[in-house]
Write a protein that binds this ligand. Structure first.
Ligand SMILES: Nc1ncnc2c1ncn2[C@@H]1O[C@H](COP(=O)(O)OP(=O)(O)OP(=O)(O)O)[C@@H](O)[C@H]1O
Ligand SMILES: [Mg+2]
Length: 363
């Protein structure tokens, strides 16, 4: 945010703070008389109360335990920034209380007006997890991209030389060796091509329909697994269209659904393999640390054995595979494509139910 809101000016219209609506963290401005002076959109969501209702309310009423509130006020008035955030419980009118982390800071020298930041703890955990995952895989992707380039260049030479050599060889048994060199060079070539794919094709940004993507993927997978696999649709008909690179998103979803179908091999044999493509419109979600008002949520759910425990921390990393004939690139690419379109991807898996969830911003 370049233009910081001017908190010094009292009784300012909500417009002055409109930038704060972009934050995934709840923000309240507390006036000298300990009433709410301002609440951003995330605070409305956390407290499950409209801004109109919050403004003017005594702040202590928002807490289930008034002592928690007092302690928070004291630490802010003391200007104690080094303190870890307080864990407090928020009262919500029609729902169960919500545990959040709260940090208060003084807005003026006397500590009369305060800024209160509220972060949902579950969201905090998710953000750190996401950050770690993104950071690591970005470093990995960079390394891999460089490596792929280094491998690609001499590969053409190796293949060409083997072809030339083949022409000189009189015996068929001898030519079998050059055939092996050529076939292996081709295999490596296609591996490095896949590694470099997300960085080569130019992005084509246009309007896309989430359901059209689902339908395309469904048709491809049903053609690949013609027997014993059911792909159910559970679509939200009110889904608006999004903007992004449709082909990249199709590839991302395809990789995920193909993994699900492959994981279901055992159940396909038994005849009760099931994949569900579920879409929902999601409001006020955090995608890669940004607060997004409206998002498309696409969840791919399968009833297979689940992601192996020892792979769970690493499945988005390149070359990590639990299948004998897997290259371990499917999810790396899916993640790269989704990130390139400002979305996020995460999964949750236990035996009998694995769900990969893609969130794409719609606004
Ligand atoms: N729905 C799922 N159920 C169980 N395990 C899964 C599922 N999706 C992914 N996995 C595990 O994650 C691993 C990594 O998947 P990824 O798509 O990245 O690579 P791959 O499928 O092994 O190879 P590739 O997609 O490059 O052919 C898989 O090998 C599998 O072990
Ligand atoms: Mg795969």
């Amino acid at each position: 945010m370049s233009a910081a809101p001017d908190f010094g000016r009292l009784a300012s219209p909500a417009d002055d703070y409109s930038g704060l609506d972009l934050l995934a963290t709840g923000v309240l401005v507390i006036e000298a008389d300990r009433t709410v002076g301002y609440a951003n959109q995330s605070a409305e969501v956390l407290l499950d109360t409209s801004r109109r209702h919050l403004i003017g309310q005594p702040v202590r009423r928002l807490f289930t335990d008034e002592h928690q509130f007092e302690r928070l006020m004291q630490s802010a008035a003391a200007g104690d920034l080094a303190q870890p955030p307080h864990v407090v419980e928020l009262r919500r009118p029609l729902r169960e209380p919500l545990v959040v982390q709260a940090m208060a800071s003084a807005l003026d020298e006397q500590g009369r007006r305060l800024l209160l930041e509220l972060t949902e703890i579950e969201q905090q955990l998710r953000v750190t997890r996401e950050d770690r995952q993104l950071g690591l895989s970005e470093a990995n992707r960079q390394l891999l991209r460089n490596l792929a380039h280094e491998i690609r260049n001499p590969l053409g030479g190796i293949r060409g030389a083997a072809q030339l050599l083949e022409r000189e060889l009189p015996l068929r048994e001898q030519r079998e060796f050059t055939q092996v060199i050529i076939a292996e060079a081709d295999r490596l070539q296609s591996l490095v091509d896949r590694l470099l794919a997300p960085h080569r094709a130019p992005r084509v940004v246009a309007e896309y329909s989430v359901h059209e993507i689902c339908e395309r993927v469904r048709a491809v997978i049903l053609a690949e697994f013609p027997r014993g696999l059911e792909i159910q649709r559970d679509y939200d008909a009110s889904m608006p269209s999004g903007r992004g690179d449709k082909e990249q998103l199709i590839q991302a979803v395809l990789n995920i659904v193909r993994n699900a179908a492959q994981a279901l091999a055992g159940r396909i044999a038994d005849g009760d393999a099931q994949v569900i493509l579920r879409t929902r419109v999601a409001r006020h979600v955090a995608i890669a640390r940004r607060h997004v008002r409206l998002a498309a949520e696409l969840t791919v759910i399968d009833n297979g054995p689940g992601v192996a425990e020892e792979l769970k921390d690493r499945i988005f990393f390149p070359l990590v595979s639990g299948r004998d004939d897997g290259t371990g690139l499917g999810l790396t690419l899916a993640q790269a494509f989704v990130l390139a379109n400002d979305g996020s991807i995460e999964f949750d898996s236990k035996p009998g139910r694995t769900a990969f969830r893609i969130l794409m911003p719609l606004t």
